[in-house]
Design a protein around this ligand. Structure first.
Ligand SMILES: [Zn+2]
Ligand SMILES: [Zn+2]
Length: 927
């Protein structure tokens, strides 16, 4: 002790100014702030401590040091833990960490409890725990001896700060000196090895202990738990029982924690039994651990029965059981318990409220989150960052950005704006609301930025296609020493993919690989879905195969995107393969995938399969219903579509605007004139849905197809929205069907103004003139087209035969062309016998009829149908896809082919499906 006192005296001596009669003054300050004018012999611990607390305004470091010196001089004071504590705190307040440490290591008596709190205090004043270890090392090397309590604390700090080697050094010196290792030190050693070196090392220390009390067993269990080995922890617990070591409350709590971590519900029940045998089942803390264990193992009823059996419960018990119910989504029970707390005279605390907030958020009950926050404020409980964060997330999900801004003000006023999680959540809210400037402002104000904040803003910019901003942030991020992670790269990749920049997206993939990262399922899915959304279906399928080759398994999102691609290409076989894959991997039970499957079957011409999936689905969203109704519309089964709509309403599903687009499409495609009007009126009056341009366009189509062209024209004139190209296109198409040139001209003029470069519009107009034999006008429109640099887009057709897609286009002849024409000539002669006459008006070239007939035979859908007849055996339907609208002659020809060959032909053109059967088409020649 003498050495110690000497050491600290020399350290402190340098800076004291003290007069001989024991009066300490701060000579650097004009007015003495502190004067201790009592004779030294009268000083007692209590009095000095009292001075620290009440009288003494120690407003400078110098004064602290003077007091310290004074204390050292008085032996009756220098063994006091209370004074040591005061000195440490005072030194820390003035950021003199060295002196604080000197008092810590060299001063006074040592009380284990005080040392524990030392670390917390040291850190709270901004001290680095490593400094403690450095000072210790220094003194240790100088040969200063420490007792077991200090060493215990040092080992604990080593464990916390992961100082692997210093801890080992301490252990080695203990062995060298033959130190009598007490139980606290032993457990600190185990804790250190468990944390820094793994369970096996902790086990070695444990095994070397000749006597193992419950304290050491507990340490072994904790070490196993820390190393994510809950089963090992349970094994220790069992060994304890073999060796008749009685477990204490701490052991039980940890063992139960091991059960819930390891999913060992049976072991948990055994421990429950153990508690009864040892009469520990009444212990409050243990009961709470039991509730927690059952709740985490999804046994809420068992958790409840423990709770109900408790004679008295504390706040923690209530919180645990409420959290058990809330986290499993049983909010009625949770709220009942919450209100039950009051009758039990227990006041909910911030933990209770926050648990309700976060669990409602997790279950998507966003309105309730805000209601709970309001009740919390009414109950005069100050929210903390953990209450605010779920509220901001709820607001973000509800897309109530104005409320979000108010929340931001609240955050600011209440000083939460420096909390990292609150900041990140706010940032994310602004990004999701497309308020990138505001998001960036929040970002700029953040003192510490975590990877989540960087990623959120980069994702915001790249999803909007602002790649320059995204790249600038990425560079800044790297400059500030933060490495982009998988999420960063994936958000950049998905931005590129969504905006159709496949090449840039692939460059990101390469970059990732160069950095040693393996693109994951999210990366690949971003590429696949980006391509699907941009109509690059073949790329989408290509990337899927690359993904599988790279050993990455698809997830639900991948499959949905892939099905979209199949639907886009109408690849029935590929779609069926994916469907089988989904069934094998139980993906088909997911509502998104099932809806995508329905969509794929509809678009690939297999309405029956789509409907089967629809019927089989247990949970359907509005999108599922809409998708199926639209399916009936594009396959011209309007009546079934309207029937399904009624069924949807009977099932309590509220239709939305898209439902009505689908419904009106059913009516217009199937000529359900009166019903169409009825639904159009009812959407406004019964469902309060304001009609959009899509709905108006459907109505123009409905009127036009029924031949009410003047009414359609009046309707357009009185529409509250400006007609768009789809409206004029519908009118022009109806004028062509009914041969109305006057209105056709009006429609064409407006249409050409809106879409001057869409060649299919000119083709319809040429079609109309040709129908009325006005060939000069046909030539004029044709010239207008060529002047604009447009050419007639014949489009291409494709057919899938036994897993292979055959594409027929003008540019590239099919390898089997010779045989196909041979077959086609035979087919045409058969057709002519039953009345087929080629429609020369579908050819707009100035050539004779023989030449025109030849031109008609080159139309790609005819080639595809013929090839299908040649190759597809056993009378299966021929399914052909055409990228543009089919001409009149092809439509007629398809009807005759279905008749003479007795084959069902399903043809999807740019707009809809035609089912040809026995010489008729499902569209009733109105398309
Ligand atoms: Zn044609
Ligand atoms: Zn048709």
């Amino acid at each position: 002790m003498e050495i110690l006192a000497a050491a600290s005296t020399t350290t402190i001596l340098n800076c004291i100014t003290s007069n001989s009669n024991g009066v300490i003054e701060d000579t650097s300050v004009c007015t003495p702030a502190f004067s201790l004018s009592l004779p030294s012999s009268h000083l007692s611990v209590a009095r000095l401590s009292d001075y620290f607390n009440h009288h003494v305004k120690i407003n400078s470091l110098k004064l602290v040091k003077q007091v310290h010196v004074h204390v050292i001089k008085l032996p009756q004071l220098s063994n006091s833990d209370v004074i040591a504590q005061e000195l440490i705190t005072s030194y820390l307040k003035f950021q003199d960490f060295d002196s604080a440490l000197m008092v810590f290591f060299l001063g006074f008596g040592r009380n284990f409890i005080i040392w524990r709190s030392f670390l917390e205090e040291f850190k709270s004043f901004g001290g680095d725990p490593l400094e403690i270890l450095e000072t210790f090392s220094e003194l240790h090397n100088k040969g200063v001896d420490f007792d077991s309590r200090i060493l215990t604390v040092v080992l604990k700090i080593c464990a916390i700060s992961m100082s692997k080697w210093l801890g080992v050094e301490v252990h080695a010196s203990l062995i060298k000196r033959g130190y009598d290792v007490d139980v606290h030190l032993k457990s600190a050693l185990m804790n250190f090895y468990g944390r820094c070196w793994g369970t096996e090392y902790a086990d070695n220390v444990f095994d070397e202990m000749p006597e193992r009390g419950v304290l050491l067993w507990n340490e072994a269990i904790v070490a196993a738990l820390q190393n994510e080995n809950p089963m090992k922890a349970l094994q220790y617990f069992q060994e304890m029982q073999f060796l008749f070591v009685k477990a204490d409350g701490f052991t039980i709590a940890k063992a139960l924690q091991a059960c819930s971590k390891g999913g060992a519900i049976d072991e948990g029940k055994q421990i429950h039994g153990y508690l009864f045998r040892h009469d520990m089942q009444k212990d409050l803390v243990i009961c709470n651990s039991l509730i927690n264990m059952y709740a985490k193992s999804n046994k809420v009823e068992l958790a409840r029965s423990v709770f109900d059996s408790m004679k008295s419960c504390n706040l923690s018990s209530w919180n645990t059981i409420i959290s058990a119910y809330a986290s499993h989504g049983h909010f009625d029970d949770a709220m009942k318990l919450f209100h039950g707390m009051e009758s039990d005279n227990v006041k909910p605390d911030i933990v209770t409220w926050n648990c309700l907030l976060s669990s409602h958020l997790q279950h998507g009950l966003y309105h309730q989150v805000l209601t709970i926050l309001r009740s919390m404020l009414v109950a005069k409980l100050q929210p903390n960052p953990s209450s605010i964060t779920p509220a901001i997330q709820a607001i973000s999900e509800l897309n109530w950005i104005e409320l979000g801004k108010e929340m931001h003000c609240y955050v600011f006023k209440n000083g939460f704006d420096s909390d990292l999680y609150v900041q990140t959540t706010l940032l994310d809210m602004y990004v999701k609301a497309d308020e990138l400037a505001k998001a960036h402002a929040v970002f700029d104000l953040m003192k510490i930025r975590n990877i989540v904040a960087w990623n959120s803003l980069i994702a915001g910019y790249s999803s909007k296609g602002l790649f320059d901003n995204a790249m600038r942030l990425l560079n800044q991020m790297q400059k500030e020493g933060m490495n982009p992670d998988m999420v960063t790269w994936n958000s950049l990749l998905s931005g590129y993919a969504v905006h159709g920049c496949v090449k840039d997206g692939l460059a990101v993939v390469e970059k990732m690989k160069n950095l040693g990262m393996r693109p994951n399922v999210v990366s690949w899915t971003a590429l696949i879905s980006g391509c699907s959304q941009n109509g690059k279906y073949q790329d989408s399928i290509k990337f899927f195969y690359q993904m599988v080759e790279n050993g990455i398994s698809p997830n639900l999102a991948t499959i949905s995107s892939l099905l979209q691609a199949c639907a886009g290409m109408s690849w029935l076989q590929k779609g069926k393969e994916i469907h089988n894959w989904c069934i094998r991997n139980s993906f088909n039970e997911d509502v998104l995938v099932a809806t995508a499957l329905i969509q794929m079957y509809i678009r690939s011409g297999s309405l029956q399969s789509a409907y089967e999936i629809f019927r089989w689905m247990k949970h359907k969203t509005v999108a599922t219903w809409n998708c199926m109704i639209m399916g009936f519309a594009i396959h011209n089964h309007g009546k079934e579509g309207t029937k399904l709509f009624r069924e949807m309403c009977e099932n309590g599903i509220h239709p939305n605007a898209i439902t009505f687009t689908a419904l009106l499409s059913c009516c217009k495609n199937s000529g359900l004139f009166d019903e169409g009007w009825k639904y159009f009126d009812s959407m406004k009056t019964d469902y309060s849905i304001v009609p959009t341009i899509e709905h108006y366009s459907c109505m123009v189509d409905l009127l036009g197809r029924a031949g009410y062209l003047d009414e359609a024209w009046d309707f357009i004139k009185t529409m509250p929205v400006k007609p768009d190209a789809s409206v004029w296109g519908s009118l022009l198409q109806s004028c062509r069907v009914h041969g109305n040139l006057n209105l056709g001209k009006i429609a064409a003029r407006n249409l050409f103004e809106l879409e001057p470069n869409k060649s299919s519009n000119y083709v319809i107009m040429m079609n109309l003139y040709a129908m009325l034999n006005q060939w000069e006008d046909v030539t004029r429109v044709r010239k207008e087209m060529t002047d604009r640099g447009l050419r007639i887009q014949r489009g291409c057709s494709w057919i899938e035969i036994y897993h292979k897609v055959h594409i027929f286009s003008e540019e590239e002849p099919h390898p089997d062309t010779g045989n196909i024409y041979f077959e086609m000539y035979q087919l045409v002669s058969e057709m002519k016998k039953v009345g087929y006459i080629p429609d020369y008006k579908s050819v707009y070239q100035d050539i004779d009829d023989v030449e025109k007939e030849k031109v008609l035979l080159t139309h790609t859908e005819k080639l595809a149908i013929t090839y299908g007849l040649m190759k597809i055996r056993n009378g299966a339907p021929i399914r052909v896809i055409k990228s543009t609208r089919m001409c009149n002659d092809c439509h007629t020809a398809a009807k005759y082919i279905s008749l003479v060959r007795n084959r069902e032909i399903i043809l999807k053109d740019g707009v809809r499906f035609h089912h040809f059967r026995e010489g008729r088409c499902s569209c009733n020649d109105c398309w």
